[in-house]
Design a protein around this ligand. Structure first.
Ligand code: 3HC
Length: 290
């Protein structure tokens, strides 16, 4: 099966790896510029090189996986895809335009799926001449076991079932979700990260204290502030805003500190600074300890 992954950023790279690691799957990794698509593949190759160094995978295994990923432009390499997983910028206009363009590029039986983290699948599919389904991966997409499979109002049952089957084929566990802002995981997880930002803003504890408390007190693998940095604080803020705008419920009010940090370009790991500063030697320092 050939899968077109649209967007070669963090999620797109992880999704490409999740498919390419499985026999029988090949990936067209696309972005709006050829060099961005190639940059995404370069990062994938570098990540695997580290796993070879550590002895986790052999060079032969890595060569096979990376050979299954072709970077390029969707108009050049997606015509024969069987499945599209769109992981473009989290913006309704961008997603709608992307699918309308793909409609003219892809063969008639290609399934269209979106990795949107909280937007309406029904709205994404408006004006597209085939159904759109949600196929929501979790970061790091090649390691995390869950896929939320989201049925929009107009998504036929057979498309939902096909995505569930494909999810299982690539070693994931699908959970079917009806369309609703944030679906299941982000509706719970992102307000938790937002609450941690409020706790920091109010001075209840410092950054390390909040993260340590949740790691040791709730057995979370990462603390909420370090997880926010890892997901991207801009993504967390965008999801809070979708939850609030869809429901107008004050419980989803984004923390002002989170908004301020995003406005200042402090987005977390990807910008080198969020609640932590990410040092060249791979260590990180909480910004309130600098
Ligand atoms: N093959 C073989 N070995 C591999 C490998 C691969 N493909 N990838 C990694 N490994 C190795 C690693 O090198 C590591 O080896 P080491 O222990 O010798 O260093 C070992 O396997 C363990 O690697 P992990 O990546 O599993 O590392 P951790 O056990 O530290 O887990 C983590 C990392 C999975 C990120 C964990 O901290 C975690 O689960 N964090 C929470 C993540 C989370 O909540 N994600 C969801 C975010 S929300 C989201 O994405 C939704 C979106 O819409 C916003």
């Amino acid at each position: 099966m050939k899968v077109g992954v649209i967007g070669a950023g963090t999620m797109g790279q992880g999704i490409a790896k999740a498919f390419a690691q499985v026999d029988g799957y090949s990936v067209a990794l696309c972005d709006i510029k050829q060099e961005w698509a190639e940059g995404g593949k370069d990062k994938i190759v570098k990540g695997y090189a580290k796993l070879v160094e550590k002895g986790k995978l052999t060079q032969e295994q890595v060569d096979k996986i990376t050979a299954a990923i072709t970077p390029g432009l969707k108009e050049d390499i997606c015509a024969d895809c069987d499945l599209i997983v769109e992981a473009a910028f989290e913006d309704m206009n961008v997603k709608q335009t992307t699918f309308k363009e793909l409609d003219a590029i892809c063969k008639a039986d290609c399934i269209f799926a979106s990795n949107t983290s909280s937007l309406s699948i029904t709205e994404i599919g408006k004006g597209v001449n085939r159904p759109v389904v949600g196929m929501h991966f979790f970061n790091p997409a090649d390691r995390m076991k869950l896929i939320e499979v989201i049925a929009g109002v107009n998504t036929p049952v057979d498309i939902v079932e096909k995505i569930k089957k494909i999810s299982e084929e690539i070693g994931k566990t699908p959970v079917q979700v009806n369309e609703a802002a944030g679906f299941v995981v982000n509706r719970i997880l992102i307000p938790l990260i937002n609450e941690a930002a409020f706790i920091k803003m109010e001075g209840v504890s410092d950054i390390e204290g909040i993260d340590t408390a949740m790691k040791l007190g709730a057995n979370h693998p990462m603390g909420p502030l370090e997880l926010g940095d890892y997901i991207g604080l801009d993504i967390c803020l965008a999801i809070m805003d979708v939850l609030y705008n869809e429901t107008k419920d004050g419980k989803y009010r984004a923390c002002p500190l989170l908004r301020k940090m995003v406005r200042g370009g402090n987005l977390g790991v990807k910008s080198g600074k969020g609640f932590y500063v990410y040092n060249a030697d791979k260590t990180k320092t909480p910004v309130d300890k600098l």
